[in-house]
Structures are given as C-alpha cells and as structure tokens.
Design a protein around this ligand. Sequence first.
Ligand SMILES: [Zn+2]
Length: 225
Amino acid sequence: MHRHDQPHHPSAAPSPLSSPGSRAHSLDLVAGILALNFTNTSSGRGGPEHLEHLKAAGDVLAWVHHAGGLTDAEMAEAARLAPPGSAAAVELFQAARALREAVYDIALAFAEQRLPPAAALAALSAIHADCLSTAGLVPRPSGGFAWGWDLGRNLVHAVLGPIALSAAGLLLGMDLSRVKQCGGQHCGWLFFDQTKNKRRRWCEMSVCGNRAKQRRLRRRRGAAA
Ligand SMILES: [Zn+2]
C-alpha cells in the first residue's frame, strides 16, 4: 500500500525542477479529467496531514509535463523562460495556484451537490478568457483542430491554457453529478466517476479504499475484544 506522499512509481525519478518534498512530477493521475487531476496536487486540505505539491513554478512545470501537457523540449524551454526566483516564475506560480483553487472550489461544490461559489466561477472565467486570448487553432496530427499556444508568446497561457480549457469543458458539457470527492481520511482528492452505476468512492482503491477497510476491521476487532 502506498500513500499520496510517498513515491511508488519506481520509474519516476525526481524532476530537477521540483521543490524538495514535492511529488508534482509523479502524483497519481486518477481523476479522469486533466483539471481535476490538477486539483489533486494538494491533499488533506485544512487538516493536520495537508500536503502541498505545488510550492514553486518548477513544480507547476513538472506536474504539467508529468500530466502530458508539455513535451520534454517544451518543459526545458519553459524552465529557461521562468528560472527560479524570476518574475516570470512568480507569475506562473501565482496563476497556477489561482486556477487550481478556482477549479477545486467549483468541483468540490459539485461533489457536495451545491452551487459553486460565484467568485470561483468568475476566476475560472477570467483565466480561461485570458488563456484563449493568445491561443490559436492548430491542426492535430490525428485530425481535427485544437487550441494551441506558443510558450515564447505567453508562458502562463501556454502552460495553464489546457487546464483552463479542461475545467470549462467539464462545466459546459459533462455530467456534473459524476464529480466526486474521495471518502478517504486526509485525502480530499477529486475525480470524475465514470463507473456505470456511479458508485466509485475512492481516489484509488489501493490507497484510500484499503485504508478505510483496515480502519473498519480494527474497529470491529476492538469491539469484539
Ligand atoms: Zn483518496
């Protein structure tokens, strides 16, 4: 069994860009939707076991690369454009955290079957519009077209644009009753439940599902003793 804060992909070497202790480059991508996976770069929010994997711009780049949003060459180019401590790095980090928190607040509301906060919707709308302002329609190798960005034109838009599009796509066209929050203790990860009967409860059965099962067993044994 592994925890979200412990490495368990033997192949995932620490990214040279990540902050010490951050697993942005190797976190499990179990949410089914890019924007929800992005919210899972933090876990146990508000509790004693809170883990934050986005502590600097390098973590943002490492995660986006890990999630398939940047090629190796693009990540190297982005790291060159936003070296640690630079104004560009600060801007990227702040924009990434703002986008992530907006998506989290909105998706959590869906998971709790209430209306999302207006401030979070306004923030996502603004970031989405900003990102699209420098995007262009480009042909995809597999056919059709997609929004594309130029890292050199606007780094923040190029790195965060796909995540903003993913979040907007969720709101505009998907079954929001499938947005759920993991029931695991100190977890809080969000995911899109694609099971037929909509009864998925855990981010990962092997992490939170098993831990809950063990807690139930311990309680039952305690009661029997
Ligand atoms: Zn979980």
